[in-house]
Design a protein around this ligand. Sequence first.
Ligand SMILES: Cc1cc2nc3c(=O)[nH]c(=O)nc-3n(C[C@H](O)[C@H](O)[C@H](O)COP(=O)(O)OP(=O)(O)OC[C@H]3O[C@@H](n4cnc5c(N)ncnc54)[C@H](O)[C@@H]3O)c2cc1C
Length: 390
Amino acid sequence: MTRTKPEIPVVIIGGGPVGLFLAICLLKKGIECRVLEKRKEPVPDSRSLGIHPVSLELFEEVGITEPFLSAGLKIRKGIALSEDKKLGEIFFENCRKPYNYILACPQFTTEKILRDELAKLNGHALITGATFQSFLEHEQSVEITYSTDQQTNQRISSNYVVGCDGKNSMVRQQASIHFSGKRYNDTYIMGDFEDTTDFGPDAAVFLPKEGLIECFPLPNGMRRWVVKTDEYIPKPGQLKLAALVQDRLGYDLFGVKSTMLSSFGVQQFLAETFAKGRVLLAGDAAHVVSPIGGQGMNLGWMDCRVLADSFAFLTNKNSEIAEQVFREYSENQTRIAKKVARRAEINMALGRRQRMPFFRNLFLKGMLHSPLKRKAAELFTMRGLDSWWV
Ligand SMILES: Cc1cc2nc3c(=O)[nH]c(=O)nc-3n(C[C@H](O)[C@H](O)[C@H](O)COP(=O)(O)OP(=O)(O)OC[C@H]3O[C@@H](n4cnc5c(N)ncnc54)[C@H](O)[C@@H]3O)c2cc1C
């Protein structure tokens, strides 16, 4: 039984892109919240890159689109190539306006903008340097314990706690919510380089038989290269990435200035539920999808919109219906997460080392020269997630 009235309706654990956006959505609806984030500064690397049209629409609803448009770079076209031969093009320009492009924006810029926008709404909402430790669920409230540099065992009580604390979520683990999935054998090396290509603001996806190479434009004259590798490379270096690109495409990246290099493997995990009692999950804490296709963060932002609507709907209503409202949140977002994961799987399969690349290339060429090309643009921009097919 709770002894005190909750101090605040919602406490969010984790101020990554998803936790920050959820806080903005809640505050815009007049719902007070706090975000406990262990890092003092935004994530230092550029990790996620693509902001999809659906997310720009969500940003518009809460009035934060402008800083993203100023900081990002609009990708309006994607080109698919075998090695050097063009297989076809996808034009995002033909997609629904006004956001008929994918916005390239490094994750540290995204987090910085979200932090700034949140501070404009409530300068006290984000508590940085605050590491979540545990929660205790009572009948009417949740009591959360966290630590800062100054003090351990600080407490805050709320009506609900939302775990936005990423794929290793402690909130999810402490709520005993099962997280099932798998690790794929697919591995990649990735780096941001000065743009020495002729692709300008277009994305290019190369499909040589040895495996996928993607290169995406970034703001400030940079370009992100992502290269499929046969095994995980624990210490990625420029020489390794440049050698792979040279072998497969004959393109020289050896002397080109690079700002970031990393390796990653691919996982796909899903929580058995996103709602259990007074505990909710959103973003990577609820679902991890392959970064190939670049949709994980955007998927998390979709969770935020539905979750904020659910909280707003429940304001001043009988708390007995909360269980049903959050169950619907969980079921809907699970369905969407499964679909995004399926799409990412297709992307990965197309980019794997091929014994007979001719057939894959023929298929892609056919698709990119048919009316299906428009559908492909929708798939890449996260449209049609509520339809029955892929
Ligand atoms: C190489 C790569 C490329 C990617 N590219 C894209 C892309 O282009 N587009 C896209 O949509 N997605 C992309 N993704 C996926 C994207 O990075 C994630 O989906 C996204 O970061 C998830 O956001 P999140 O806020 O849910 O979790 P996270 O970004 O993991 O944030 C969780 C936050 O919680 C904090 N935290 C954790 N534990 C605690 C604790 N105990 N107490 C307090 N705070 C805590 C962490 O410090 C962190 O800030 C990519 C991922 C990778 C690996």
